[in-house]
Write a protein that binds this ligand. Structure first.
Ligand code: ARG
Length: 454
């Protein structure tokens, strides 16, 4: 493509070192869509004839069909997807193909392709997030009466509904979807017409190109347009955070599936055995997802590091944007798919989770609230119940079995109504504030999300 200036052929090692076709071939549909729109703009500007536009269009479509069918030979000597397609086009249609690259550089071309890729990826990921949320909602509905201890510091705190725990993740994935949707505003900006860095003297109608490709906006600085990868960094962050959310859920699933908790049973289809220990049934999906989250963070840091020292404008370093991007999109995509499947077939062992809630210590906060409602300042109530807890622990007497006379020694405010506190259903039903886990609230939240996701 640049043979005019050079006397020596490219070193074999540089061909190998510099090629990106082994990964950027994935951009072929976006590259062809961009070329079709660019060719139409060239025709409008009088650079190519209607006949040439026809030949270019036919040529590009035949290349796309061949790549779709696996009948296209990518050549590493042609470095990247842009030159592979352009060279094949010229081979197929001759002179008209050689006019296509007028007023265009691979710098604005690759910026366009990556934006188109990101736009499509965001659309796909939004669908996958919705499927994942729906699987969590369905699991919550299947086990609508299941209670589970809520934890802080991995110490049992207060009972909640299992569905309330799952709905916490539905909220996280909802924010993730919101972030992805917001990112489209910055992804959806059309850079073609920026040339290598300073636009072109050819009068291209950039708005016309944008319109054909479905972009609501065009870039306003040619130098920024060819070197901006903010939108990629932003997407990598969004994906890293989805990874963080999936990884937290993974950790819950790993704990729940252990013999120590025994809260859930995973389907055989979503677990693996051991080559040595015949009894094992391992939650590999959760472990792999927790592990792959490290890669997602790495991909974000990798791109941020690539960007930090770059002088204006395009630098070849930017070719390093694609592998982390593709990897994060692929990794999060399959993780969401497989998690939705796993959650879809996960069974909650409701007798076990209920037994775990039978520890009367889980009602300590409710006893303090009981005192507060009878006029005791919360700090005093906290201390009274703290001493009561110490008494229960040292004497081995659970709260419901402590005699009323003993309660009265801790505070004169206690009467027999305190014994009504030690019932999970009563405790849950009393938690009626918006966002709190009363069964009525949780049912309403499951319905609200179902309607939102439908
Ligand atoms: N393969 C290159 C990339 O991914 C395309 C742009 C090449 N531009 C250049 N001036 N060498 O960034």
């Amino acid at each position: 493509m640049w043979k005019g200036r050079f006397q020596k052929a490219t070193a074999a090692l540089l061909t190998q070192y510099g090629e990106s076709i082994s990964f950027d071939w994935r951009l072929y549909k976006h590259d062809i869509a961009g070329s079709l729109a660019h060719a139409a703009a060239l025709e409008r500007a009088g650079i190519i004839s209607g006949d040439e536009l026809g030949q270019i269009t036919e040529g590009l479509k035949s290349i796309e069909r061949d790549i779709d069918a696996g009948d296209f030979e990518f050549k590493i000597e042609l470095e990247d997807i842009h030159m592979n397609i352009e060279s094949a086009l010229t081979e197929r249609i001759g002179a008209a193909g050689a006019r296509l690259h007028t007023a265009r550089s691979r710098n604005d071309q690759v910026a366009l392709d990556v934006r188109l890729y990101c736009r499509q990826a965001v659309g796909d990921l939004l669908t996958k997030l919705r499927t994942m949320q729906s699987a969590l909602i369905a699991c919550g509905k299947r086990h609508q009466d299941a209670v589970i201890p809520g934890y802080t510091h991995l110490q049992r705190g207060q009972p909640v509904l299992f569905a309330h725990h799952l709905l916490a993740y539905v909220e996280m994935f909802g924010r993730d979807a919101g972030r992805l949707t917001d990112s489209l505003e910055r992804i959806n900006v059309m850079p073609l017409g920026s040339g290598a860095l300073a636009g072109s003297t050819v009068p291209l109608d950039r708005d016309f190109v944008a319109e054909q490709l479905g972009f609501p906006a065009i870039t306003h600085n040619s130098m920024d347009a060819v070197s901006d990868r903010d939108f990629v960094a932003e997407l990598l962050f969004d994906l890293a955070l989805i990874g963080a959310h999936l990884s937290r859920l993974s950790e819950d699933v790993v704990l729940w599936a252990s013999a120590e908790f025994g809260f859930v049973t995973l389907s055989d289809a979503h677990t693996t055995g051991s080559s040595l220990m015949p009894q094992k049934k391992n939650p590999d999906i959760a472990e792999l997802t927790r592990g792959k989250t490290g890669r997602l963070y790495g991909n974000l840091v990798s791109l941020l590091t690539t960007l930090k020292g770059l002088p204006m404008t395009y630098n070849r370093d930017l070719q390093e944007d694609k592998e982390p991007l593709f990897d994060s999109v692929d990794t999060v995509g399959i993780a969401l798919d497989i998690f939705a499947e796993m959650v879809g077939e996960m069974t909650v062992e409701t007798a076990v989770t209920r037994a775990a809630c039978s520890d009367p210590m889980l009602f300590a906060t409710d006893i303090a609230d009981y005192l507060v409602k009878r006029g005791v300042p919360f700090r005093d109530a906290h201390e009274i119940v703290g001493r009561l807890t110490a008494h229960a622990t040292t004497t081995g007497t659970p709260f419901p079995e402590i005699p009323l006379a003993t309660y009265a020694e801790f505070s004169p405010v206690f009467d027999e109504s305190v014994l009504a506190l030690f019932d999970i259903e009563t405790a849950l039903a009393a938690r009626t504030a918006v966002g709190a886990p009363s069964p009525a609230n949780v049912a309403a939240e499951l319905d609200r999300w179902s309607a939102k996701l439908a």
